[in-house]
Design a protein around this ligand. Structure first.
Ligand code: PLP
Length: 436
């Protein structure tokens, strides 16, 4: 008892726990990849809200207080559904502000529930209206800001967003690496992280390389802004904090590589990361492979994989987009694995009962069944090669994502064709879909 220090190790409030996140070596990944350099991850999940966004949320609110735009008992309105909302809600709870978040009805219910759990109010607007409609997300956020005389942080334009990282993330990395950091890799959305951290590190040592990881298709890496699936990063416009002069490189990474890397890091390192963390690690691995033993490559992981369990970590979701390697199996091999007792096409008619459908599925160990209006043949399909003895089957274009897993339920015709071919004992080993 006598050696215990007098000082209480109790943080004054949860706000004091924002920042000073740990840096951890990606040891297993480095071994598996045979890296010569040190590859380390800045663990932003250690922030109280579980993401890097706690930092700008705190800085934007403190700065608004200093400027008198946010007064005691005031209201914060921000259109956000993500990590920034959580950060703002935490700071608002601690400092006694009302928080109103505006989001579209496209947002997953868990996200709404999470913000409400912190005591925030959430206004859900229809996604299917034009931006100038009074019910739109933008119009509602503007109206509420006006009516409630609220402070709107607007992280895309607010200079306190990059400033937060310049004042905290940058100095932390400099200190944690003893000034030896050589490369910093992070995803960019508002660009607050990469620009703020990059600004500090370049000031300390202009030869530190600042590298943005960017979803393929986003404008930062020269894309058109076309949609991609990784959340929170990349844009279809250039936010105020975009500072290309600071960037030594912008590395585009595909959705597939981002997600597979997130899964890999979670499994190999025991660090559960999301798609944007996977995107950053994928870019960092490219960088690290070019580095030598004196190099220290730091990759920032912005948030946890917990928020993406129903997407990145869901095999069905991943398979639907063709992101799982198992999908590269030939259809013939998959069918072959079911053994020789595979029945011909199984289907039900609309007037059969659900009980009958379930019993057919149970009896045959299948989870999907096409419902067909009458009896075969259902529709003509353009089938080539297989019918003339080849081993590939070409189906016409439909709403079919490239690489998507083939399932009988994807269409009665497809089910029919597969079943019919099986009945005939066809031995096809490749199925492809005609491009549109
Ligand atoms: C979920 C999420 N939000 C936002 C960002 C981008 O950070 P910033 O807005 O500071 O550019 C990232 C970066 O990887 C992220 O993963």
């Amino acid at each position: 008892m006598t050696d215990l220090p007098d000082r209480l190790e109790i943080a004054d409030s949860v706000l004091d726990l924002i920042g000073n996140t740990p840096l951890v070596r990606l040891k297993r990944l480095s071994e598996l990849e045979g890296l010569a350099c040190t590859l380390a991850m800045k663990m932003e999940t250690a922030n109280p809200g579980g993401s890097a966004k706690d930092r700008p949320a705190l800085e934007m609110i403190l700065s608004a207080e200093r400027q008198g735009v946010l007064r005691p008992g005031g209201t914060i309105v921000e259109p956000t559904s993500g990590n920034t909302g959580v950060g703002l809600a935490i700071v608002a709870a601690q400092r006694g502000y009302r928080c109103v978040f505006v989001m579209t009805d496209k947002v997953a219910p868990e996200k709404v529930a999470l913000l409400r759990a912190y005591g925030a109010e959430v206004v859900v607007c229809p996604v299917a209206v034009p931006p100038d409609d009074p019910q739109s997300y933008y119009s509602v956020a503007e109206r509420l800001t006006r009516e409630l005389a609220a402070f709107r942080p607007n992280q895309y334009a607010n200079p306190d967003n990059p400033l937060a990282h310049e004042l905290t993330t940058g100095p932390e990395l400099w200190r944690q690496t003893g000034g030896r950091i050589t490369h910093f890799v992070a995803g960019a959305g508002t660009c607050g992280t990469i620009t703020g951290t990059g600004r500090y590190l370049k000031r300390m040592n202009p030869s530190v390389r600042i590298i943005a990881a960017d979803p393929e298709g986003s404008v930062f890496s020269g894309g058109s802004g076309r949609p991609y699936l990784v959340e929170g990063v990349g844009e279809d416009f250039f936010p105020a904090a975009w500072a290309p002069d600071l960037l030594d490189e912008v590395i585009p990474v595909s959705d597939e590589e981002s997600f597979l890397t997130a899964r890999r890091v979670s499994r190999d390192e025991g660090i559960l990361i999301g798609g944007s963390g996977g995107l950053a690690v994928a870019a960092a691995l490219q960088v690290a492979k070019r580095c030598g033993p004196d190099d220290i490559v730091v990759v920032l992981n912005p948030d946890s994989g917990r928020g993406y369990l129903s997407r990145v970590f869901d095999d069905g979701w991943m398979a639907n987009f063709g992101f799982l390697k198992e999908c590269d199996l030939c259809v013939g091999a998959v069918l072959g694995a079911r053994g020789s007792a595979l029945p011909p096409l199984l289907y039900v008619n609309p007037d059969q009962t659900v009980r009958e459908a379930i019993s057919i599925m149970r009896a045959n160990g299948i989870s999907q069944l096409p419902v067909c209006k009458n009896d075969p043949p259902f529709a003509a399909l353009r089938i080539t090669s297989t019918l003339d003895g080849g081993n590939s089957l070409v189906l016409p274009p439909r709403a079919w994502a490239p690489g998507r897993r083939l399932r009988a339920a994807d269409g009665e015709q497809r089910g029919f064709v597969l079943g019919k071919l099986l009945q005939r004992g066809a031995d096809f080993d490749r199925v492809s879909f005609e491009p549109d």
